[in-house]
Ligand binder design. Structure first.
Ligand code: G3H
Length: 448
């Protein structure tokens, strides 16, 4: 039985403290886990109210009481958020089975006074919504300047104009230091992140969702990073059109395995950790072709096309299971600044989806070609991707959704809980803290 939780994360902090970065990271992570999540950015509301006026480094957005536009924007954002929660509740009876019954809204604004926080808190609690405040504090001027340069002022050059713009922006922010009240309200649930993870203060955090978010925030690393993903070389199963398994590499796959280290030294260097992770467990279908599965398990074949993310192979896994298995890997990835992951198609899809913010419809259909190194560079609010295709032929293992198949809509109460070979509703809280036993670190020699 899944209980639906409505939770609002309310950001607190001066501009250029990474609040929007944190908001979108948390949102992306929760959506990846299958929790309905939306960011309500009060800056966006101000921009809309103030279309026509310049909204730049000269106008850092502090929702103090003397800024009437900001107050109106904050009120509208809160109203929209309440409405969104209401719609989440209305939809929960007929929610797609890929969605959890819980909903998390992230209210991104400065919220630097106790009075403002009390208003937000009381309004939400009156509407049966739990509230978690996330405060980002930073007194490291270098880091603040970098943040302003990255996301607040036009990023042309590190020239004098930009530096002057940063000085102006800082001067505007500093005016508000006098009215800033850090959170210390006894009745509020909060986490304070001090100097981007040097220190944390956690107060009154309880329950699954709040703990999950706090766990993620404790692992969040704001340092710039790069992730490289590669599938193994073409395997015998790939050539024979079979799924799953630990088949040997084909001669072309061997060639790719031998070429990969050179490609990696060229683009990454030699100093990086390497992780390899197991493929989606296809259970009784391991080693079968899609045609064989369609013939032997026609209902399963159709169900998988109807909801590929939630379909669990008989005796195996669903993509949803795989996401949960990979959650500890995501925490690891957040820690590293440079890492290469060599894995199978479905595994790479799940990791790629986390960084590229793909939803559960898109995730199982992401294109991950063989013999290609994918470079991901997360930026403040997005992720850039770059493909290095190696000039070694390989089969195309991509299977699009069959034409004419509609996604199923099913009330979560009708969904089978954990039965292999069916579309399952696995929205129960699961805390897979320890890595899957079959996940392993491997070296290049094992790859070859
Ligand atoms: O062998 C398993 C495949 O990587 C899974 O691919 O989800 O597109 O069927 P698929």
């Amino acid at each position: 039985m899944t209980s639906s939780i409505k939770l609002a994360c309310v950001m607190v902090g001066l501009p250029a403290r990474g609040k929007t970065f944190i908001s979108y990271k948390v949102s992306r992570y929760l959506q990846w886990l299958g929790i309905r999540t939306k960011v309500f950015d009060t800056d966006d509301y101000q921009r809309r109210l103030c279309s026509g006026c310049s909204f730049s480094h000269e106008f850092p957005t502090i929702d103090a009481e003397d800024n009437t536009t900001a107050v109106t924007a904050a009120t509208q954002a809160l109203q929209d958020m309440l409405q969104w929660f209401q719609e989440s509740g209305n939809n929960s009876a007929t929610t797609t089975i890929s969605a959890s019954g819980s909903a998390v809204a992230i209210y991104d604004g400065t919220n630097i006074t106790k009075k403002k926080r009390k208003w937000i808190h009381d309004t939400l609690v009156d509407n049966d919504i739990q509230v978690l405040f996330i405060e980002s504090l930073c007194d490291d001027e270098k880091r603040i300047r970098e943040n302003i340069r990255d996301v607040k002022v036009a990023s042309n050059d590190n020239n004098i104009t930009t530096e002057k713009a940063i000085d102006d922006y800082l001067a505007q922010i500093n005016k508000y230091k006098d009215i800033y009240e850090t959170i210390n309200e006894d009745n509020l649930t909060y986490i304070k992140l001090i100097n981007a993870g040097q220190q944390y203060v956690i107060h009154l955090v309880r329950g699954y969702l709040e703990s999950r978010i706090v766990y993620y925030l404790l692992n969040l690393n704001t340092k710039k990073k790069r992730i490289w993903l590669s599938r193994h070389g073409e395997s015998q199963f790939n050539v024979q059109d079979k799924i799953g398994g630990d088949a040997d590499l084909s001669p072309r796959g061997e060639l790719y395995a031998n070429t990969l280290p050179t490609l990696i030294s060229k683009h990454i260097g030699d100093d990086y950790p390497l992780t390899a992770l197991d493929e989606l467990d296809t259970g009784v279908c391991d080693g079968m072709t899609y045609d064989e599965i369609a013939e032997k398990f026609p209902d399963d074949f159709l169900q998988r096309d109807q909801d590929k993310f939630n379909y669990r192979y008989r005796g195996g896994e669903s993509y949803r299971d795989l996401v949960l298995r990979l959650e500890p890997v995501i925490m690891e990835l957040e820690q590293h600044e440079k890492i290469l992951i060599v894995a199978h198609q479905a595994t790479i899809r799940c990791l790629y989806a986390y960084f590229m913010n793909l939803d559960h419809e898109q995730l199982p259909y992401a294109r991950v070609p063989l013999h290609t190194l994918i470079e991901l560079t997360p930026t403040a609010y997005h992720c850039e991707e770059n493909y290095y295709k190696v000039d070694i032929e390989a089969v195309d293992t991509y299977r699009p959704k069959a034409a004419g198949v509609q996604n199923v809509q099913k009330s979560s109460s009708n969904a089978a809980a954990g039965v292999s070979g069916e579309v399952v509703d696995s929205t129960e809280p699961i805390l897979p803290i320890s890595p899957h036993p079959s996940s392993s670190n491997i070296s290049f020699s094992q790859l070859k």
